[in-house]
Structure formats: structure tokens, C-alpha cells
Design a protein around this ligand. Structure first.
Ligand code: ATP
Ligand code: MG
Length: 367
């Protein structure tokens, strides 16, 4: 594929979107990436190295608020239901002889790159299919971005959920993708099987089961992999709200509004006991908010705590990677265990800290 057709775009379209790319370096290699949605490209699109190897962004997945009729509206044939895992999105690609892992916005991440290279045997897949990007979620504790634990996952772990042509974003059909990933020994998200659009009751039971386990939800995918639809559990809304309200000035109002909508539509569709739901949602909002204000009142710093475990040079690289992005990082613990450095740090959340302090000191609000 010639450079002029990168991402499958015409030269003039490409030219106008390239203006919005930003430049960074990864281990001495220059790359450009698209941090926000612009024109026809997905957020996180990358042009890597002097040869500008393209890696498309991971497409946004639309959400159903109603399973029925949301599912039959979106699919007119069979689709696969997979578990939606709660972690962070990573695309792994083989670019000019190097394996690199990019996070959602297109930033090459030293921690994720180390993790996938260390834990996965990617060589055989990239040898056979050099233009594929392995898309997946990094889940579990001991990762620098998210804090959601799975009972069977002890440290950061990668689970693939997609294989796409990195130049065009064309997906490998779901069955073929599951086969290929299995054949190359790459772990992937759990599949609940193939369903027809009118089987929303069966899908609702899967969601109930996941909800009872406090898990996030499902992603439905047409068998060709081109159409996706997500639906998440009430448990996931609650944990999102708890998280957002523990850092109340970091998340936009729309974050909260969207989650309340999910709960309202769920209550209507599933005829839920709204008194019970109202109680749970109210607690998920008010409890973390009060706790954060009390913590600030006690003089504590506000932020998100993470622990990472990796070889010392990777941890050093990760910490400067995070600081380069403008984050304030407080080191809370720093140990060595079996040759690895285990660091606990807090990403400071200044808006929440400063505004909460000001209001505690009596500053009036003007709304
Ligand atoms: P966006 O709305 O842009 O997709 P988001 O972070 O708000 O971003 P989520 O609500 O987390 O999106 O849902 C989409 C994300 O779910 C995907 O980008 C991917 O990282 C994650 N995911 C987890 N499991 C799966 C799966 N089985 N199939 C597809 N995506 C999955
Ligand atoms: Mg997510």
C-alpha cells in the first residue's frame, strides 16, 4: 500500500486529517498519532517511524440502551456474544521489525509493550500475518491505567478481542479470528456463542449472570466482525459512578448523565425495582463524593493509586512516560521482588484536590 493511501484514505482527505496528528518519540523512534476523533479516522490512529507504518485507531463501539429492540435494530443476521472486559484498550503491531503496543489514544506505551512481548508469543502470528494488529484489553491489578480486579487474574494480563488489518481497520471474521488466536496460543475474551437477533431473552440472561458477578458486560459482533454493539451491567454503572464521584471534578457532567440514562432504560426494559436501584445508584454517587471531601479535609492527597510490577528499566521508563504526559506522580512504595521493581504510585488529580479545598475553605460556588 503506497504512502498516499495510508488508512485507505484519498490523498486530500489524508492531508487535512494529518494536521491534527501530534508527534512523540518511542525509544528514539518518531511517530505521529491522532489523539482525538477528527474526520474519517478513529482516535488513536498512528503513523510509526520514518516509514510511517500505519496503525488504525480502534473503532468506537455503539451502545444499546434497550436490548430489545436495540439488538434486532443493529443486527440482521447471526452475531457472536463476547464478554466485555474492563481494563484498557491496547493495539499491538509489528512495525519495521519492532513489536509496539499502543493505548487507545495512539500513544506507544512502554509498560504495555513489555507486557505483551513478555507474556505472549507474537512472533509466529506476525510472521504469518505482518499487517494485522492484535487488539485486546489489559485487565487485572498491577497496571498503570485501570483499577478493576478479576478473581482469576493476579497481575496485568492481556486478552485479545479483535484482529484487524492495521492499514485499513478491516476485521478478521470472528470465527476465523478465534481460530487464529487459538492456533497461535494467544489468550482471548470469552465467547458465549452465536445468537440470532430475536434471542434477546437469552442475551439478557447472560448479562444478568455477569451483573451478579460484578462484571462489566458484553460486546455483540456480527460474524464478519464489522458491526459491534455493547451492553453493560448495572454493576458496571455503579462502579463507574463510584469511581467518577471519588474524583468529582475530573469527569464531565455528561459522563454521569449517560450512566444515569443507562440505569433508567434498564429499569424500564427489565421492569426493575426502582426503589432498590435508586438506593444503589444514590449510594454509588454520594458515598465516594463525601469520602473524597473528608479525605481532602484531613489533608490527604487526591488521586488514583496503581501498582506496577516490571523489570526496573521498564518501571523507570513508564514513570517518565507518565510524567511526560503532564501527570504528577507520587511514589508511595518502591520494592524489588524476584528481580522486578514493584512500585505503588498515585496519579494526582489536581482539579478535584484544589476545588474541594477551596469549597471547604468557604469559597462560594456560582451555580
Ligand atoms: P469508546 O466509547 O470510544 O469505545 P470507551 O472506553 O468509552 O471508548 P467502552 O465503554 O469501554 O469504551 O467500550 C469499548 C471498549 O471495550 C473497547 O474499546 C475495548 O477496549 C473494550 N472491550 C473489552 N472487551 C471487549 C470485547 N470483547 N470486544 C470489543 N471490545 C472490548
Ligand atoms: Mg472500557
Amino acid at each position: 500500500m503506497g504512502n498516499r493511501q495510508r488508512f485507505g484514505l484519498q490523498a486530500d482527505t489524508l492531508e487535512s486529517v494529518l494536521e491534527h496528528f501530534e508527534t512523540r518519540y518511542f525509544r528514539g523512534t518518531r511517530y505521529r498519532y491522532l489523539p482525538k476523533y477528527r474526520g474519517p479516522l478513529d482516535r488513536g490512529a498512528v503513523l510509526f517511524g520514518a516509514d510511517e507504518h500505519p496503525v488504525c485507531g480502534y473503532p468506537k463501539i455503539p451502545r444499546a440502551l434497550m436490548l430489545d429492540p436495540g439488538v434486532p435494530e443493529q443486527f440482521d443476521g447471526p452475531f457472536v456474544v463476547e464478554e466485555k472486559l474492563n481494563g484498557y484498550n491496547v493495539r499491538v503491531a509489528h512495525l519495521g521489525g519492532k513489536v509496539v503496543a499502543f493505548t487507545r489514544s495512539g500513544i506507544a506505551c512502554p509498560f504495555s509493550t513489555h507486557l505483551v512481548k513478555r507474556r505472549l508469543d507474537l512472533d509466529s502470528l506476525f510472521e504469518a500475518r505482518p499487517n494485522l494488529a492484535v487488539c485486546g484489553e489489559v485487565i487485572g491489578p498491577e497496571n498503570p491505567y485501570t483499577a478493576y480486579d478479576y478473581p482469576d487474574v493476579e497481575s496485568a494480563a492481556f486478552r485479545a478481542f479483535d484482529l484487524r488489518d492495521r492499514r485499513t481497520s478491516d476485521p478478521v471474521p470472528v470465527d476465523r479470528r478465534r481460530e487464529l488466536l487459538d492456533a497461535h496460543g494467544l489468550p482471548q475474551t470469552r465467547s458465549f456463542g452465536t445468537f440470532a437477533p430475536d434471542e434477546t431473552d437469552a442475551i439478557a440472561s447472560i448479562v444478568d449472570e455477569l451483573d451478579a458477578q460484578g462484571r462489566e458486560g458484553i460486546v455483540m459482533k456480527s460474524v464478519d466482525g464489522r458491526t459491534q454493539l455493547k451492553y453493560t451491567t448495572g454493576a458496571s454503572t455503579e462502579s463507574d459512578l463510584t469511581h467518577a464521584f471519588s474524583l468529582p471534578f475530573e469527569y464531565g457532567r455528561s459522563f454521569v448523565f449517560q450512566r444515569l440514562l443507562r440505569e433508567a432504560f434498564r429499569a424500564v426494559e427489565h421492569d426493575a425495582d426502582t426503589t432498590e436501584r435508586a438506593h444503589a445508584v444514590g449510594e454509588a454517587i454520594l458515598d465516594p463524593l463525601v469520602e473524597t471531601i473528608e479525605n481532602v479535609d484531613d489533608g490527604q492527597a487526591v488521586g488514583q493509586k496503581h501498582t506496577v510490577r516490571a523489570p526496573p528499566r521498564i518501571v523507570t521508563e513508564l514513570l517518565s512516560h507518565l510524567r511526560d504526559q503532564g501527570l504528577t506522580i507520587d511514589l508511595l512504595a518502591d520494592e524489588t521482588s524476584a528481580g522486578e521493581r514493584v512500585v505503588t504510585f498515585r496519579k494526582r488529580m489536581r482539579s478535584t484536590e484544589d476545588k474541594t479545598k477551596a469549597y471547604l475553605d468557604g469559597q462560594p460556588v456560582d451555580y
